[in-house]
Design a protein around this ligand. Structure first.
Ligand code: ADP
Ligand code: MG
Length: 709
């Protein structure tokens, strides 16, 4: 019975160092390692061609037309002549087949060609077609000896491999790599590339077998076979990635220990009944139920909560923290910036002002004496909720009984930082990560497959959709008149300038100029302006912010420092200067600063008159929808997954073959297959799943698991 296991663990040949491959040797091996990261036979096998050249067909000379770019002919060599002199010197070969004749021409390597090509012999000739005085020619063709009776071309489509200039210079260009791959495949037997997917999966999707797929992906017999091979290998990649994540998650569910919140107590109930300022939306209730189930399970919760801007994540965070308190634990809420931390503190203390719950704020500007007091109360356990910036919380604090950590705007955090907070705790606290950067669902499931995932996909009732328009800079005075009318109605407005790098001097000057321009339109003392940017001292920033929050200033001129989370419900207009310089998600985030109150809100995208295609597309998308998830989908299409905020660190999106944007149907198929498989056989013990299990076991350690806790 254990035999089965040994049989499947045989593919040792693939682990062989690349220098052992015939035709490689130590020097070429060094180059392959340095330039292409090819260390082993397996690495070469997984170095996939990026396209193929079809040399399976032989053209008849008679059929050749000027419209053909490349041709392949099977010909007999008639004669070879050196013609011309000096720089015009060249070797010309007359060749013919049964239907006509043509010429081959060389300007270099003449002596060598003269020695290797012999009159009266047959050759298969391939190259780029040109014409010289109506005669078809190929300059510097590829040639190889050919049996004259053969009618067909090559058996395979010829692969073209990624390579580097350095490798090309050392005779390791695409064609040489193809040769090495051919040598490698010649040595590999079916047992060396054993099937790893379960038969059920293979038959369900009618997948090509693994061994065949690897052969066909390199040297396909037909274009259709190539397609099948690629599909098979992509699916394998996605399936295995998804499976690993799910296994990791279910292992965490089964084996991790978490503090148990087994009851809903006084604080939660009192707040819910007496002080909740509104009815929760269905989505908020659902997410809270999910959190309650998780935290009551005895396992550590690791949950990602996504909700579009303004969907009401804060109240979910608060109720979650009250749940922790009811069960005798402390909670903390971490925000990426001081402004946000303060705002959370203000919102939450005001919501809790009638409740006997102690809340404190800890940021970079908290004074030493206050810090000490907070630290003391935390370690004694009398302080129940701590709100602050992550850096500060991490460096300072010892909680007595930390049970719940909530991280707002997750993509601003480095991964490593997170764990520090509770690494000393015997039982880790539950973790809820909240993000307003919507990630398309399938992508989130793939990128964060080992996290539990909740989404608030419903906005609180009564919100009026924000009207978004595009205006050119030449229309600035009309825009300003519109702002004046809004301000005169008692509203407030944001005017945002791009500041890509906070240190960028040009951008800074741009902002200052912008500020002066705005001031020209809106003079004191009728109008007051706040300005916030990254170079200000924290205190000044805070003061300017505060004046806008309380309504002392009507206009906020700012860089994107206010991008995330700021909540001023009376602000009804968002003007974005040079909007062509912003990314789609960022524009959406910025727009989310308005439309938070009862008033009709507007977003005005200003731009120069010259717009690139992408910028035009972004503006078009933004003016046509308010739905963050739709926008995220578009963003994904426009930029590809590597750039989506929040996914960069996940490491889950770097597939060799699969592309999470283009292969969405496969991503989804893999996800469903894995879910089904684990539903039926969570431990992978059935005979059909054993080889999968042993494959995963062999691959262990190949993946980097830099996940949230
Ligand atoms: P975000 O998810 O962007 O953090 P917030 O938590 O700041 O959103 O909520 C946005 C606004 O919506 C706040 O003013 C909040 O009070 C309000 N809000 C949240 N939930 C509801 C609800 N269920 N009904 C009405 N208003 C709500
Ligand atoms: Mg928020």
């Amino acid at each position: 019975m254990p035999k089965l296991f040994f049989i499947s663990s045989s593919p040792a040949i693939l682990a062989s160092p690349i220098e052992y491959l015939k035709g490689v040797g130590p020097q070429r091996a060094e180059l392959l390692k340095k330039e292409l990261n090819i260390f082993t036979f397996r690495d070469l096998l997984e170095h996939f061609p990026y396209r193929h050249i079809d040399k399976t067909k032989v053209n008849l000379i008679q059929e050749i037309t000027p419209a053909m770019e490349f041709v392949q002919v099977a010909v007999k060599l008639i004669r070879l002549d050196v013609v011309g002199e000096g720089r015009g010197k060249r070797l010309v070969a007359q060749v013919k087949d049964a239907t006509g004749s043509m010429e081959l021409v060389w300007f270099q390597g003449i002596n060598w060609i003269q020695k290797t090509l012999l009159p009266d012999q047959s050759y298969l000739v391939y190259g780029r077609l040109s014409f010289f005085q109506q005669t078809p020619q190929i300059v510097h063709p590829e040639t190889e000896p050919w049996a004259p009776e053969k009618k067909e071309g090559r058996e395979f489509l010829e692969p073209v491999y990624p390579t580097t200039e350095k490798l090309k210079a050392r005779s390791l260009g695409g064609r040489q790599i193809a040769k090495l791959t051919q040598v490698l495949l010649g040595q590999l037997h079916e047992k060396d590339i054993p099937e790893n997917l379960p038969d059920t999966v293979i038959s369900k999707l009618k997948l090509m077998g693994r061994y065949q797929a690897f052969r066909q992906v390199h040297f396909p017999t037909t274009a259709a076979q190539y397609k099948e091979a690629v599909k098979r290998l992509k699916l394998e990649e996605l399936f295995l990635a998804q499976l690993r994540m799910n296994l990791l998650r279910s292992r965490r569910h089964r084996f991790s220990k978490g503090v148990v919140f087994d009851k809903v107590g006084d604080q939660f109930n009192t707040f819910y009944k007496e002080y909740l300022p509104f009815e929760l939306t269905g989505a908020q209730k659902r997410v809270l139920r999910e959190i309650r189930t998780d935290t009551g399970s005895g396992k550590q919760m690791n949950r990602l909560l996504q909700g579009d801007v303004g969907s009401g994540k804060t109240i979910v965070a608060l109720l979650t923290m009250l749940l922790a308190i009811d069960n005798g634990y402390q909670a903390c809420l971490m925000a990426p910036t001081e402004i946000l931390a303060k705002q959370h503190f203000a919102t939450i203390s005001s919501l809790l002002k009638e409740m006997p719950v102690e809340v404190e704020l800890l940021t970079g500007s908290t004074k030493t004496a206050a810090r000490k007091k907070i630290a003391k109360k935390l370690s004694e356990g009398t302080l129940e909720i701590l709100i602050g910036t992550h850096a500060v919380i991490e460096e300072v604090v010892q909680f007595q009984r930390l049970g719940m950590v909530i991280i707002d705007e997750q993509h601003r955090f480095g991964v490593a930082q997170r764990a520090r907070l509770w690494e000393k705790a015997e039982i880790p606290p539950h973790v809820l990560v909240m993000t307003a950067t919507p990630i398309p669902r399938t992508l989130a499931m793939t990128a964060y497959g080992d996290l539990d995932y909740s989404v608030i996909d419903e906005l609180p009732p009564g919100r009026q959709p924000i009207t978004t328009v595009h205006r050119y800079e030449t229309q600035r005075s009309q825009v300003m008149s519109f702002l004046r009318a809004e301000i005169d109605k008692g509203r407030q407005v944001y005017i945002i300038f791009p500041l890509i790098e906070e240190s960028d001097k040009l951008d800074y000057e741009n902002l200052m100029r912008g500020y002066e321009t705005v001031k020209g339109y809106f003079p004191e003392p009728k109008y007051w302006i706040s300005m916030v940017h990254g170079k200000q001292p924290a205190e000044q920033k805070e003061q300017n912010m505060q004046r806008f929050v309380v309504g002392d200033t009507q206009i906020m001129v700012s860089t994107t420092v206010i991008e995330v989370g700021v909540n001023v419900p009376n602000a009804s207009v968002m003007v974005i200067e040079s909007s062509e310089k912003f990314g789609l998600s960022q524009l959406h985030q910025l727009r989310g600063r308005v439309g938070r109150g009862a008033e009709k809100s507007y977003c005005i995208l200003l731009s120069g008159s010259k717009l690139g295609n992408d910028a035009r597309e972004r503006i078009k998308i933004l003016t046509s929808t308010n739905n963050g998830f739709e926008i995220a989908e578009k963003d994904l299409e426009l930029r590809g997954p590597g750039d989506i905020e929040g996914t960069r660190q996940s490491g889950m999106l770097n597939f060799k073959l699969a592309n999470i944007v283009e292969d969405r149907p496969l991503v989804e198929a893999a996800r469903l297959l894995v879910a089904e498989l684990l539903e039926e056989d969570p431990e992978l013990v059935s005979a059909d799943n054993l080889r999968l299990k042993s494959f995963l076991f062999q691959q262990k350690g190949k993946m980097a698991w830099s996940k949230i806790s």
